[in-house]
Design a protein around this ligand. Structure first.
Ligand code: PHE
Length: 383
């Protein structure tokens, strides 16, 4: 009597495929087994068909385990039954089972590489729906443009509209009408690039006031953003071009208190609600009185002392003074009003001007002004 070959574990629902394409000798193997043992032939036929019919690698794994698995596979179980058989039967069945095992393993390997080739072909046609999409590269505004936008928003909220004026400016607008007397030493601080004797690259955005006032009568509230130029010796904190925003407020009875209130609002917005400020008298030709506004040092908080693990040392940002100069300001000089045809007995006004690079450097701790112009994305993408 033949011992039954267990068919347990081969799911009757598994779809069948055609093994002929995977194993050219399939028909021959089948005929060989038929003459040897019907049951082995049936096992081989069914096994070959379900391996060929596996639709994907996971199904193939499952079927391989059911047929060829080392512990519970059909072949392994049948081999385990051999010792109970008579010697002749044992030899015949043993040899047959080993052939079935080898041939099924070959079909399984052939089907696996066929599935892999199919997957590659699908990917090559661009139809792999599991591939993550390519993100578009998204740019951003330059850090200085961001700060400029923030300031324009702030001043817009206080009633200022934007006035843009030329970067290549006439000498009188940059200097004379702003009450820089010819040959006055105040011009030395504004050493610039001349295009022709009367035409220069503007050294500040203040010439915009003159143009705005010449265009219309008071009252006037304007901000003047833009790029300015100076023939500076370039180093970590000085560039021969940088950016400013000026502000100008002209009306009847404008006072220094109005200026202080405006500058305090600016400082709170940019440096935080708790920031301490002070005005220090300073000379500028176009304002009287003139002042600079300082804010308490952003690094040491105004103490002038930096606490490091190694002990206390002089604050590097404010150089121990506790204060940082952030802008120039003052009451518009009567000579400037006269130069644009306003009556200095009728109107008063204040003005202020600040550098955008300096604001960015203090806010973000940028140690080197040249970084703003180098267009290195490793720097710019941090903001
Ligand atoms: N225009 C001055 C400068 O660039 C700054 C300033 C503006 C000072 C307005 C006073 C009033 O140095």
């Amino acid at each position: 009597m033949h011992a039954a070959v267990p068919h347990l574990g081969i799911d009757p629902a598994w779809e069948a495929g055609d093994p002929a394409g995977l194993a050219p000798e399939h028909a021959q193997h089948l005929a060989e087994l038929e003459s040897l043992d019907h049951e082995l032939a049936a096992l081989y036929r069914r096994g070959a068909e379900v391996l060929a019919g596996a639709a994907n690698p996971a199904a193939l794994d499952q079927r391989r385990a059911a047929l060829l698995g080392r512990e519970r596979g059909v072949i392994t179980l049948a081999l385990g039954d051999l010792p109970g058989l008579p010697l002749d039967e044992r030899k015949r069945r043993g040899r047959g089972l080993n052939q079935v095992k080898r041939w099924l393993a070959e079909i399984e390997a052939a089907r696996r590489s066929q599935l892999e080739r199919e997957a590659e072909a699908r990917a090559a046609t661009g139809l792999d729906l599991t591939l993550p999409g390519r993100r578009p590269w998204v740019g951003r505004r330059h850090v200085l443009a961001q700060i400029q936008g923030e300031l324009l928003d702030l001043f817009h909220g206080m009633g200022y509209s934007v006035y843009t004026s030329p970067e290549v400016e006439l000498e009188p607008y940059n200097f004379t009408k702003l009450n820089f007397p010819t040959d006055h030493p105040a011009r030395d601080a504004h050493d610039t690039y001349f295009v022709r004797p009367e035409v220069l690259l503007r050294t500040h955005t203040s010439p915009g006031w003159v143009r705005a006032m010449e265009e219309r009568k008071p009252p006037l509230r304007r901000v003047f953003p833009g790029r300015v130029y100076r023939a500076e010796h370039v180093d970590a904190t000085h560039m021969d071009q940088f950016h400013q925003i000026d502000g100008l407020f002209v009306d009847r009875d404008v006072s220094l208190a109005d200026l202080k209130g405006t500058l305090a609002a600016f400082a709170r917005e940019i440096y935080g609600a708790k920031i301490r400020t002070r005005l220090v008298p300073v000379y500028f030709p176009f304002v009287e009185p003139g002042a600079q506004m300082d804010v308490a040092c952003v690094l040491c908080g105004g103490t002038g002392i930096e606490h490091t693990p190694a002990g206390e040392k002089r604050c590097v940002v404010c150089k121990g003074t506790g204060w940082l100069e952030v802008l120039g300001a003052g009451m518009v000089h009567p000579n400037v009003f006269s130069a644009v045809g306003y009556d200095p007995e009728e109107v008063t006004g204040f003005a202020f001007g600040m550098g955008l690079e300096r604001i960015a450097m203090l806010r973000y701790g940028v140690p080197e002004i040249r970084l703003f112009l180098e267009n290195d994305l490793r720097f710019l993408s941090q903001f």
